[in-house]
Design a protein around this ligand. Structure first.
Ligand SMILES: CC(C)(COP(=O)(O)OP(=O)(O)OC[C@H]1O[C@@H](n2cnc3c(N)ncnc32)[C@H](O)[C@@H]1OP(=O)(O)O)[C@@H](O)C(=O)NCCC(=O)NCCS
Length: 202
């Protein structure tokens, strides 16, 4: 009789190695990594466009998340990514789920969210745009996703977006403004509300 099933033992062992890999990358780029309990990591990565990263970068992953093929990019100081409990990223080797944060900005993901492969959320345009007065017209802005939102394949979430809880973002949609309404299907380019009063399950 086994104290722990060999397959489960092997999975736990593999997860420990994946967590170690992520911790090593966090250290390399100076990202403070806060890991909750029972977090499962598979083929995830952290990077930065600066060799040693930026000050005050933080990645928080709450309890019971299952993150497969997620990529976390830090592109400036005071950049934060926070992933709520029970969130699942279901990316693939060639279609990662990408979270990118620029300076002084945050991506805040609620609990029980689901991300399909190829989804991108980005708080920065990377290159500044200026008007005639020399003022920047495209500053970095926070992204705020409420609980239980499902992102279908290859959805793109622009800077400054808030999404209401229990909603679905359609495949290949470009979300360029906020939708506070809850329980809606948001889809298209630019994305608009296509259905109301829906509910989804994983
Ligand atoms: C978002 C989604 C789940 C909605 O499915 P649904 O509730 O059956 O929606 P419907 O097909 O009835 O479409 C409703 C309307 O939205 C439009 N629509 C749906 N998905 C769209 C999309 N991705 N882009 C643009 N328009 C879309 C439809 O054309 C339709 O428009 P109409 O009312 O003008 O006719 C589905 O369209 C989708 O994106 N599926 C992909 C799921 C996925 O990526 N799974 C991977 C595993 S996590």
């Amino acid at each position: 009789m086994y104290l722990i099933h060999p397959r489960r033992y092997f999975r736990n062992f593999k997860n420990k190695i994946e967590v170690l890999k992520l911790k090593r990358q966090a250290k390399k780029y100076g990202v403070e990594l806060l890991l909750g309990s029972n977090v499962r990591i598979e083929n995830c990565s952290i990077s930065s466009n600066s060799e040693h990263g930026y000050p005050n970068s933080k990645l928080g992953i709450e309890d019971n998340c299952y993150l497969k093929c997620a990529h976390f990019g830090f592109y400036g100081e005071n950049s934060n990514i926070s992933i709520g409990a029970y969130t699942h990223t279901n990316g693939g080797e060639k279609s990662k789920v990408t979270f990118q944060v620029g300076a002084d900005s945050t991506i805040n993901i609620g609990e029980e969210c689901l991300f399909a492969g190829g989804v991108v959320l980005c708080t920065t345009d990377f290159h500044p745009v200026f008007n005639e007065q020399g003022e920047r017209t495209n500053p970095n802005k926070d992204i705020f996703i409420n609980n239980h939102v499902w992102f279908a394949r290859h959805a793109y979430i622009n800077k400054g977006i808030t999404i209401g809880k229990n909603s679905i973002i359609g495949a290949h949609s470009v979300v360029s403004k906020s939708f506070m309404k809850e329980n809606v299907v948001i889809a298209g380019n630019p994305a608009t509300i296509k259905k109301e009063n829906i509910y989804w399950e994983e």
